[in-house]
Design a protein around this ligand. Structure first.
Ligand SMILES: *Cc1c(COP(=O)(O)O)cnc(C)c1O
Length: 361
């Protein structure tokens, strides 16, 4: 292995870990492009829960489970791909990584680069990234550039930049990202012993639906892939790029997905589809998940459940909805869109009594 600039090369000994709590690359090494002894940059990602959703199951007449990708170290599925992309970058001697991001790729890249001791730059659409994601990216020490444009423009520019500079691009054009993310399908296969009829998943840049389909294919499964885009950002539904994508679900506010062909192939080959949900359907599912299933996810994640509720299970008995990211990422949206309110109260027992037990008027 060549000398690298990485501060620490955390070569992980598999034997030091037990059970499923191992770095993702250790757990699935035989199916990933890494050899024993390769440096691994890991935050112990993956091995996320698969939670039953009793109410949603009843609503759609199927056994519905939620794949809780918000349980990953930085709070989204991006960590599965990032451990692979950054480990490979370090193995190849890279000193810096870069990405365009609606937020979660930035947060994940920043964390893994910090762990590896290499530099990270992120280009985000100005004013369009959720506060939690921005906080993460900054505290991990990445250089944050706010582009006066949208995600698609940011991605075009970083692709040009990495063509002429020795900086590794860690967007989902990076094959290691897709490879890492396919491991979620392996986990579902193990948990359900291969019994799955449909997977519901939000679609933005379309890397994740591509990854799941690849993963399922590799383990001999073929659930129907139901991808969902937001009404104001649904290029795959329309069949042409959207110049000014707009949706409350900022993680899927993308008008020209890089994995366009792969996503369409996944939908076609699995007898699934890519369909549309509105922002109000996304927000209704977002509130339902939190208030009735106890699960606070990002608005973009709720698109999977919104789509299932809208179009139904279509005869599927076993369904998994991928909850791609954690709700705390985007506190503004949660505060702006809920049925509750904060009740002000003076320091008096009677007032507290009324506030706690009264009819709320
Ligand atoms: C990145 C992301 C998506 C979209 O995934 P793609 O691979 O871009 O289709 C959905 N939800 C969340 C929370 C994300 O971070």
């Amino acid at each position: 292995m060549s000398e690298t600039s990485a501060r620490n090369l955390p070569v992980v000994e598999g034997a030091a870990f037990t059970g499923t709590h191992v770095p993702l690359i250790e757990r699935y090494r035989e199916r990933l492009p890494f050899a024993p002894g390769d440096p691994l940059v890991s935050l112990q990602e993956g091995s996320t829960p698969l939670l039953r959703a009793p109410l949603i199951s009843e609503m759609v007449g199927a056994r519905v489970r939620l794949k809780l990708e918000g349980a990953n170290p930085t709070g989204s599925f991006k960590d599965r791909g990032m451990t692979c992309a950054v480990s490979a970058a370090v193995r190849d001697g890279a000193r810096a990584v870069i990405c365009a991001s609606t937020g979660n790729t930035a947060a994940s890249a920043a964390a893994y680069a910090a762990r590896a001791g290499i530099t990270c730059a992120v280009i985000v659409p100005e004013g369009k990234i959720a506060q939690g994601k921005l906080a993460q990216t900054l505290i991990h020490g990445a250089r944050v550039i706010a582009l006066q444009g949208n995600f698609d423009q940011a991605l075009t520019l970083v692709r040009e930049l990495t063509d002429t500079h020795p900086i590794v691009l860690v967007n989902s054009v990076n094959e290691f990202r897709i490879e890492g993310q396919k491991t979620a399908a392996f986990e579902i296969q193990e948990a359900l012993e291969g019994e799955l009829d449909a997977l519901c998943i939000p679609v933005g840049n379309a890397g994740n639906i591509t990854s799941y389909w690849r993963g399922f294919t590799e383990v001999g499964m073929a659930p129907r892939m139901f991808g969902f885009q937001a009404e104001g950002a649904m290029p795959l539904v329309l069949g042409h790029p959207v110049e000014h994508p707009e949706t409350v679900a900022s993680a899927i506010r993308i008008g020209n997905p890089v994995r366009w062909e792969d996503a369409m192939a996944a939908a076609r080959d699995s007898r699934g589809s890519i369909r549309m949900v509105t922002d109000s359907e996304i927000l209704a599912a977002f509130r339902l998940l939190a208030s009735k299933e106890g699960m606070f996810c990002e608005p973009a994640s709720a698109a999977s459940v919104a789509g299932l509720l809208k179009y139904g299970a279509e005869g599927a008995e076993q369904v998994v909805c991928v909850l791609t990211g954690r709700g705390l990422k985007d506190p503004e949206t949660a505060i702006a869109h809920n049925d509750g309110r904060v009740i002000p109260c003076p320091v008096e027992l009677e007032a507290i009594e009324e506030a706690v037990l009264g009819d709320g008027s």
